[in-house]
Design a protein around this ligand. Sequence first.
Ligand code: NAP
Length: 354
Amino acid sequence: MTNIRAVVYGVGAMNSVITRYLLDKDVEIVGAISRSPDKVGKDLGEVTGLDRRLGVSISDDPHEVFTRTSPDIAVVAITSYLVDAAEHFRIALSHGVNVITLSEEALYPWNTAPELTAELDALAKEHGVTITGGGFQDSFWVNAVAQLMGTAHRIDSVTGTSSWNVDEYGPELAELQQVGATIEEFDAWCREAVRPPTFGRIALDALVAGAGLTPKQILTRTEPELAHETLHCAALGIDVPPGKCIGFTDIDEIRTEEGPVFVFRMSGRLYGPDDSDVNEWTIHGEPDLVMSNGTPPTMATTCTQLVNRIPDVLDADPGFVTVVDLPRLRYRHGRLHDHLSRWSSDRYIVREEL
Ligand SMILES: NC(=O)c1ccc[n+]([C@@H]2O[C@H](COP(=O)([O-])OP(=O)(O)OC[C@H]3O[C@@H](n4cnc5c(N)ncnc54)[C@H](OP(=O)(O)O)[C@@H]3O)[C@@H](O)[C@H]2O)c1
């Protein structure tokens, strides 16, 4: 029986969860790539916390892994921006391996990294494979919102609000979010920092492109979030008194030639006792519409969406194909391989006849 054959590229928090989901869907994991000496040479099952060995030794040599295993797809969860991930993508694509990645910029990189995206698009086409960025944003920030937009007669504005708790991550991110800074320190950082495009802006790029609209003006501003009561930051091991920063909110706005305005407020801050994650989208127009996901299980749905996307990536035409252009995300019951619809390469058996 033929199964999809995958290489897990980057053995960190996300790909550890994804490894189990892949195995549950009968994906054959034929290789694993990571970097740290703690992981290289060990069995993937052991490193990802499964209670069994998988017979897959983690390697730090992607060329050797791709040459030896000829996988159908590489599941890449390493880094967020295209400029940092590009070399990993180049290696996979040039070995004729499809790529699905959690790199946030890969969700819709045509505006923020057009040259690199065009290069990867050409490389994928040359080798007859597809590269797609997915994860949490796929439905919750792009395609579910796009479906909601599809229920409107006229749209004046689309506004998203999302939040995450700084203390669920490590000290590096807490420092980056300016936790503990005074307002003066925050203002100085805002003036001096050179920051890459926000993940919110990338999601808005995808929404605007998916609606066939034309960006006219793109604005990003950042507002401090200040403590109203003393909050403890476990990541930094400090108490943040009232008046000091507990994080910030990025507000991205895209105005379009055609009229609709898109706004995304994304807040990364230390949560108080009454805070929880939100993911809410409001459309003003005719009629007004609202979509709220309550508290979405972010890590799980990052990984489920990536895995459920794999058949679409394998079925897609070659090139850099974003989730804007893929079919709607589907639940994949049972073997992932059974969800392939028109995969016609000689290397694979497409469908067994009834
Ligand atoms: N799109 C989404 O919805 C979504 C959601 C969550 C996370 N993400 C993104 O996905 C990425 C991974 O997240 P994570 O939480 O899994 O991070 P993580 O735990 O830090 O894992 C990253 C892994 O990448 C590996 N790596 C880094 N450089 C490498 C290299 N040159 N060669 C081989 N492996 C390398 C690291 O290997 P070693 O440990 O061996 O050094 C590490 O295991 C991040 O960029 C994150 O922002 C996206």
